[in-house]
Structure formats: structure tokens, C-alpha cells
Write a protein that binds this ligand. Structure first.
Ligand code: ADP
Ligand code: ZN
Ligand code: ZN
Length: 818
């Protein structure tokens, strides 16, 4: 009898790949275990075992696997089903989902570069023979590939050794070089075992009678041991006894104390042990009851609660009951709303049952969370995370919370899988048979549509917690202000006055401008030339601090010359303005106040974002100028005024969701004002004060916005009334792109005669990173199975790929959210 194994390779293959295995391996292997397999001429990949069977592949001779890498599945069956759904629905391969889902330390392959970990001290005695060989070799090489390591240890597969070395902190992977893996070892002490009993303590203290400092420390350690009954950290002992480290060292040298090290999970938050209890107010309780009713009817529920209404508290109440049942909770948030503030708040309620899964964490931190979820550890019972937390190995999910469900950043744009985390989470919830609550102050048109069509339950909180009034919103007409000469730079006199009075009252201020940098366009007033990115179809943005022109799409940058590169005149004019300029102008108006800035440029690095938020919270700045980042979920107590520098760039964005997004963004940023005590104030500067969306924001009229937008979506055939798929073609060759996209759209029109196919056409930014782009939009007619249509498109793709001159053209699908 022959045995074969189908595996998922972490590459874009349309099908499973089949390997030969032995009977023993066939008995041992379960779906979701990893195996090391050869692929292509000489590559090795980590693949996922999917199915054992007895049918040899027809098209090729099956090779043998190299090795089984797990003793128990790393990925469970629910995950496999979910990933298959994602692959089908979002038109990518299971391998691409696998690559996006697993932390890359789980997916070592022959191209992975291994480097010595220079930042940790290694005890060579701890290394097994094969580990030592690799360690030794890395002393003489910058880096090694997995194949090199196989050669060094003279074994077919090096992956097990590498995994061990990773765990011991001896090596790092190339991609995490900048994260500097360091296992955090914490130093502990205990009293040597011969002194553990009370009677020996007395003897010991007698012995130490001439060393009073030492006997004090011994006493302190005994007391600590008696009270906390947990390992004692050296740090805590020093704090308790006031002893210096040399006193402790003396006791260790005398063999009275023993020191030892334990590894601490790398992500530990300081929490206050005093657990808080939530008590919901009347409206929150009502919403809570409505949610439970929706759950009872087996429906996901939309929690529509105005900003600062206390949605978080309602989630907390829901989570409490779930974890009492021993089930797991997934709390999804857009990356940017995953604030330290929220994490600390949830830890206040749930203590050490909360873990965070975040792309800014290192590979090893992510591996740790994965393992803790897999082993159903209590410390990972509640996972807060951005969209990729969806892929963790949950086995007893009881509740999914999707907070800020309207956020567009739940959609992954690049690379595949290009999934929407909210929608994929709904499918995950179905697979687990668990409940879902979606929360927002400004629900997406899609989710509200699902409420209106009775697919979702609905709960509402229409007042702020503590009856704080909704902020007062005022529109400032920039046209009028300019005419009356009431503008100082980009600030209307009205806004400056409000800023001054807020500062007089000791309040803080948030100013929002949707662009970073100093000025988005530099233009020569003599010849009209304006510097463009050589790789993209955009103007370069001027950044004053570095005196650079930068492309926000590809990162290209150059020094700004004082004269025009085209005609040489010294007549360069800066058009438009970004956060950097707002900050600088305001500094001139308010020399005595501190003005901070939060945008991509100031928040780089692992803790960049956190630092700025903390500084603002602790009132180190009076004013915070920022991009979208200031709009999300932040809960500052002292903000009395929010200013929007210019609402028009949002409204004019060429996208069918632009109005919905503007409403959401402006309402959210306005919601940062006056959250806890006094009524806050919001000023919106605009050239179009009569724009319907701005009126709806001012009146806090979500219902009117929803009705308008739903009508338009239906009228122009956009989601949610119509399902859409956007196909983007990319190539460096302009003519080839034009030709191939015509071919593709013709094929689509043939395949789908009853559906609307728009394009191909260039998007507003028609070249990015040297690739020209063209879009084709498919609007599906009702009554036909979307999955059939997708299969048809995939067949067209196959024929397309068979045309040799189109080989270089890349195809990208975006389903639903484009
Ligand atoms: P949202 O998420 O709806 O914008 P939050 O959950 O941030 O609102 O709540 C706003 C503020 O009100 C927070 O500071 C929160 O601590 C407080 N709050 C809300 N509900 C309660 C409650 N039931 N008990 C005590 N404080 C509450
Ligand atoms: Zn010029
Ligand atoms: Zn560029």
C-alpha cells in the first residue's frame, strides 16, 4: 500500500501538491501539522498537511517529504475551513492565505536567511551538538541559508535545529533583524533549601548577626515568600528590603540564596490588580439586553452608540459571561485604534486574561500568542488584535467583538489575501457557532443595510455616558473668511479665537488635517513646473524639517533645490498644506504653548505612536495636530476643542464611498471633544458649508446620511445593493497594459453578458512604483451565484496567463471593498 499527502504550500499555487509518505507517517499525520518538503529544483518549504490518501498524482512523480515538524496540529480544522472560504471568496489561493495567516517564524523555507543573534549572550554548554555546529558556523558568516545549514549538519532537513536555535535565542531570521529578538529572562531568588525550615532560619540569622544588612534581606525574603507564595524577583526583593545588589550577591556567594532565571512572556503590561466592576447605566443596560435578544435569535448585532456612549463597557459586560464559560473571545479593532489606552482599560477588567496581537510586535511575540491561543491558555482567553488576529488557532470561540466596524482599514489591500476582516470574522463566527457584536458610532452603510433587512440585530445608545452633551459643531466658511480678510495663513480668525479661549480654560485641542508633510505640491510660478515622483504619477510632497521632497506612495525622496529644476528661477511656490505646516503656523501664533504632531512621520518605530499619545494624555502638549490617526477611538479627558483645518479634500475624493467616509471621519474626530465633563466644541473649516454631508455631520444626523447614501448606491449600482469586483492590471509597459486590459475586459463581457462591466480605465493615480495601472469594474447582476462568476473569472485568468506576451502583466482582484 502506498500513502500520499496533500499539502498546502505557502505560494500562489492553484492546487494542493502531493508527496509520498510512509505508513508510519500516514498514521501520525493530521491536517494542520507542518511538514518540510522539497519543491522545484532545490527549494525547501514549510507546508501544511491537508489530507492523507492513497492516490498517486497523475501529472508528476510524487517526491518524499523531508520531515514532519509538529507533534500536534498547529492549525485546526475550523481554521482550514475558514482559510479555504477566504481563498474562494477573495479569489486567491489557499497558499497565499497560509502565508498571510501564519507568523513567518512558522514558515521557514530554503530562502529564509538565518543570522546570529548578536544581542543575546549564549552559553555554549546549553547547545546540543548540531546546534553548536550551526552556532559555530554563524561566527564566521554574516548569514546562512537553510540549505547551507543542512550541509553543515549533514542532514536533509535543518528546520528542527533552526526551530530549536530560534527558541534558544541563538539565531534570528533576516526579516526580524530590526526587532532584535531577546528572550526576556527575569532574575529570581529563593532561600537555599537547607534553610527553608523555621528552625534553620534562627540558626541562619545567628550566623549573620555580624552582617545586619544581610540578615535584613533574609528576613525580607521570608516575609515576601510567606505573603505572595510565588517566585520572588530580585527586583522586588531589593525594593522590599532596600538592599543593594551587592548584598544579595554576597548571600548568593555564601550559598544562602539561590538565584535562578525564568522566561517571562515578552508582552507584559503593567496592570493594577484591583479589578474593576462594570455597572451599566440605564441606556447601556437596554442596549445590552437588545444585544442578548439578537444573540438569542442567532443574529449578529450592530451596536450603534454615539461617541463616548460607553460601548466598551457594554462589550466588557458581554465578555464577562463568555469567559466565565471558559470560552475564548476575539476583540477586533482597526490597527490604529488599538491604543494603549484601550488595552490598559481592558486589562483593568480582565487582568492577565488579555493578550494583544499586533503587527508591530516581533515575530517571537506573535509566535507566543499563537501558541498560547492554540493551547487554550487562560492568559490568551481574550485576544485583542487588528485584522490578522482573525487567523489565530481558536478552538472555543464564544464571542467576536468588531469595534469601529465601519473602518476601511479592516480591508487588506496588499498582498493577497485581500480580505475584509469584518466580513471574514462573520464567517469565522458561523464556523464556531459563536455570537458577534459589531460596534460603531457611525456604522457602515453595509452593516446598517443588514440591520434594515433583518440580517443583523440592532442596539442603540444615543447619549453619551454621564449625559455629557454631544459636541457643538460649527462650520466656518473659508470663502467668506478670505473675502473679509479674516484668514491668518490657514487659520480663520474664528478658529484662532476658539483655540485661544480653550487654552485660557486650560483645555487641550486636537487639529485634524488629512495630509502629512508641509505642502503636497511645489510649483514654479515662472514656468509652472512641479516636481513629480519618477516612479509614480503624483507630485512630491515637501517636508520642511528634512528639506526634502517625498513621494507618499513609494518613498522616493530628493533634496529641494532653491531654484526650479526646469527653468532655474527662484520662484518656487508651495501649494496646499499638511500637518507639518499647520504645526509650524500655530507655533508662530502660540509661542508659549506646546504643539505636538501625530502622523506617519512622527510615529515610526514600535512605540512611536504610544509615546505621543501618552505625552498628550499627560498634557505635555496643549495642541495635537494630526492626520487620520487622531480620529480613532482615542479617549482623552481634557480635550475641549477639535478643529478640522479643511473638510473639502475629504469630500472631493474620487470614490463612491467618499461621502460616507467623510461623515464617519468628521463625526469620529468631532467625538474626541468634551468626552467626560463639559460639552465640547468642534469647528470645521470648509469652502462648501452648504454641502449635505457637512450639514449631516453638524446635525449628527446619521439617519439622513444613511438614506442619502443608500439611495445613491442603489441608483448607481454599488454595494450593498450590488456586488462588485475590481480587477486591476499592472505592468511597466504602457502599451502592453492597454492591450492586455482590453483583452481581459472583452473576455469578461463575453462571459458575463448580463452584468455591467466598466472600463478598463486608469485610476486617478495611474502609475505607482513604475507600474501602470488599469481597472475593470464588474457589477454583478442580481440572481446569479457570485461564486460561479468568480470561477468564470478565474478561467479567464488561466487563458490570459497562457498568452505569452502578457506574462509580465499582474492581475489583482478586490472583492466587495475596492
Ligand atoms: P465609546 O467607545 O462609545 O466611544 P467609551 O467606552 O470610550 O465610549 O466610554 C466613554 C467614557 O465613559 C470612558 O471614559 C468610560 O470609562 C466612561 N464610561 C462609559 N460607560 C461607563 C460605565 N458604565 N461606568 C463607568 N464609566 C463609564
Ligand atoms: Zn520654473
Ligand atoms: Zn513614488
Amino acid at each position: 500500500m502506498q500513502y500520499f499527502l496533500d499539502v498546502v504550500l505557502p505560494i500562489p499555487l492553484e492546487r494542493f501538491f502531493t508527496y509520498r509518505i510512509s505508513k508510519e507517517e500516514a498514521d501520525f499525520l493530521k491536517p494542520g501539522m507542518r511538514v518540510a518538503v522539497p519543491f522545484g529544483k532545490s527549494k525547501i518549504y514549510t507546508a501544511l498537511s491537508y489530507r492523507v490518501h492513497q492516490n498517486p498524482p497523475e501529472a508528476y512523480e510524487a517526491k518524499e517529504i523531508h520531515q514532519i515538524l509538529d507533534e500536534v496540529p498547529l492549525v485546526n480544522e475550523i481554521q482550514l475551513k475558514h482559510w479555504q472560504w477566504i481563498a474562494d471568496y477573495y479569489m486567491c489561493t489557499l497558499g497565499e492565505v497560509l502565508r498571510g495567516a501564519l507568523p513567518s517564524a512558522f514558515l521557514l523555507e530554503s530562502e529564509t536567511l538565518i543570522l546570529p543573534n548578536r544581542s543575546s549572550e549564549i552559553d555554549e554548554n546549553d547547545l546540543k551538538d548540531d546546534e553548536f555546529l550551526v552556532y559555530e558556523a554563524l561566527q564566521h558568516h554574516e548569514s546562512l541559508k537553510i540549505d547551507d545549514i543542512s550541509g553543515i549538519i549533514d542532514r536533509k532537513s535543518a528546520l528542527p535545529v533552526i526551530t530549536r536555535l530560534l527558541r534558544k535565542g541563538v539565531i534570528v531570521l533576516k526579516e526580524e533583524l530590526y526587532e532584535q529578538y531577546k528572550p526576556k529572562l527575569v532574575r529570581y531568588v529563593k532561600i537555599a533549601s537547607q534553610y527553608q525550615k523555621d528552625e534553620t532560619l534562627e540558626l541562619l540569622l545567628n550566623q549573620l548577626s555580624r552582617a545586619p544588612k544581610q540578615s535584613q534581606v533574609v528576613m525580607a525574603l521570608f516575609q515576601l515568600q510567606a505573603t505572595i507564595k510565588k517566585p520572588i524577583k530580585v527586583k522586588d526583593l531589593m525594593a522590599k528590603s532596600g538592599a543593594t545588589s551587592s548584598v544579595i550577591k554576597a548571600l548568593i556567594d555564601k550559598n544562602i540564596f539561590e538565584e535562578y532565571y525564568l522566561q517571562q512572556d515578552r508582552v507584559v503590561f503593567e496592570t493594577d490588580a484591583s479589578k474593576k466592576e462594570v455597572e451599566l447605566n440605564r441606556v447601556q443596560t437596554e442596549a445590552y439586553q437588545n444585544i442578548l435578544e439578537g444573540f438569542a435569535a442567532r443574529k449578529p448585532v450592530l451596536l450603534h452608540g454615539v461617541t463616548a456612549s460607553g460601548k466598551t463597557e457594554v462589550y466588557v459586560k458581554l465578555i464577562e459571561t463568555i469567559i466565565k464559560k471558559g470560552k475564548q473571545v476575539l476583540y477586533l479593532l482597526p490597527e490604529i485604534a488599538l491604543t494603549p489606552q484601550l488595552i490598559v482599560r481592558l486589562q483593568g477588567f480582565f487582568g492577565d486574561k488579555v493578550v494583544v496581537f499586533h503587527s508591530k510586535y516581533s515575530l517571537n511575540e506573535r509566535v507566543e500568542v499563537w501558541n498560547n491561543v492554540l493551547l487554550q491558555k487562560q492568559k490568551a482567553q481574550i485576544v485583542i488584535g487588528a485584522r490578522s488576529a482573525l487567523f489565530l488557532p481558536f478552538s472555543k470561540l464564544g464571542l467576536i467583538v468588531i469595534d469601529e466596524e465601519h473602518e476601511s482599514s479592516f480591508k487588506q489591500f496588499d498582498p493577497a489575501p485581500r480580505y475584509h476582516a469584518r466580513d471574514a470574522a462573520m464567517v469565522l463566527a458561523k464556523l464556531h457557532g459563536c455570537d458577534t457584536v459589531l460596534g460603531s458610532a457611525t456604522p457602515s452603510i453595509e452593516s446598517m443595510h443588514n440591520v434594515k433587512t433583518d440580517k443583523y440585530g440592532y442596539a442603540e445608545i444615543n447619549e453619551r455616558y454621564g449625559k455629557v452633551l454631544m459636541p457643538e459643531i460649527e462650520l466656518v466658511d473659508l470663502k467668506e473668511a478670505t473675502k473679509k480678510k479674516l484668514m491668518k495663513g490657514h487659520f480663520s480668525e474664528r478658529l484662532l479665537n476658539e483655540i485661544n479661549s480653550a487654552l485660557q480654560l486650560g483645555e487641550q485641542i486636537i487639529l485634524f488635517q488629512n495630509r502629512r508633510g508641509f505642502a503636497p505640491i511645489v510649483e514654479c510660478t515662472t514656468c509652472g513646473h512641479s516636481p513629480q515622483c519618477p516612479n509614480c504619477d503624483v507630485s512630491l510632497t515637501f517636508h520642511q524639517y528634512q528639506n526634502q521632497l517625498r513621494c507618499h506612495y513609494c518613498g522616493y525622496h530628493m533634496v529641494l533645490d532653491e531654484s526650479c529644476v526646469a527653468c532655474g528661477s527662484f520662484t518656487l511656490d508651495k501649494k496646499g498644506f499638511g500637518t507639518e505646516q499647520v504645526q509650524q503656523e500655530l507655533k508662530e501664533h502660540l509661542p508659549d504653548f506646546e504643539i505636538g504632531r501625530m502622523d506617519l512621520d512622527t510615529t515610526r518605530g514600535k512605540h512611536g505612536y504610544e509615546k505621543i499619545i501618552t505625552a498628550f494624555e499627560q498634557q505635555e502638549f496643549d495642541v495635537l495636530v494630526g492626520t487620520q490617526m487622531v480620529t480613532k477611538g482615542l479617549d482623552f479627558r481634557n480635550v475641549g476643542l477639535v478643529g478640522i483645518m479643511n473638510a473639502d479634500t475629504l469630500l472631493n475624493f474620487p470614490d463612491y464611498r467618499a461621502h460616507e467616509r467623510s461623515f464617519q471621519l468628521l463625526t469620529q474626530v468631532a467625538g474626541r471633544a468634551g468626552r467626560t465633563k463639559k460639552r465640547g466644541k468642534v469647528l470645521i473649516q470648509t469652502y462648501n458649508p452648504y454641502h449635505r454631508i457637512l450639514q449631516q455631520v453638524t446635525d449628527n444626523d446619521y439617519a439622513a446620511m444613511f438614506n442619502d447614501q443608500s439611495y445613491e448606491r442603489e441608483h448607481f449600482a454599488y454595494p450593498p445593493s450590488t456586488k462588485i469586483i475590481k480587477v486591476t492590471l499592472k505592468d511597466k509597459d504602457f502599451n502592453k497594459l492597454n492591450e492586455s486590459s482590453l483583452w481581459f475586459s472583452d473576455a469578461l463581457r463575453n462571459l458575463l453578458p448580463n452584468h455591467r462591466i466598466l472600463g478598463p480605465e486608469f485610476p486617478p493615480i495611474s502609475r505607482i512604483r513604475r507600474y501602470y495601472l488599469k481597472n475593470i469594474l464588474i457589477k454583478m447582476a442580481e440572481g446569479q451565484s457570485p461564486s460561479k462568476i468568480k470561477n468564470g473569472i478565474k478561467r479567464i485568468e488561466k487563458s490570459f496567463n497562457a498568452i505569452s506576451q502578457y506574462k509580465s502583466v499582474r492581475l489583482v482582484y478586490n472583492v466587495d471593498h475596492i
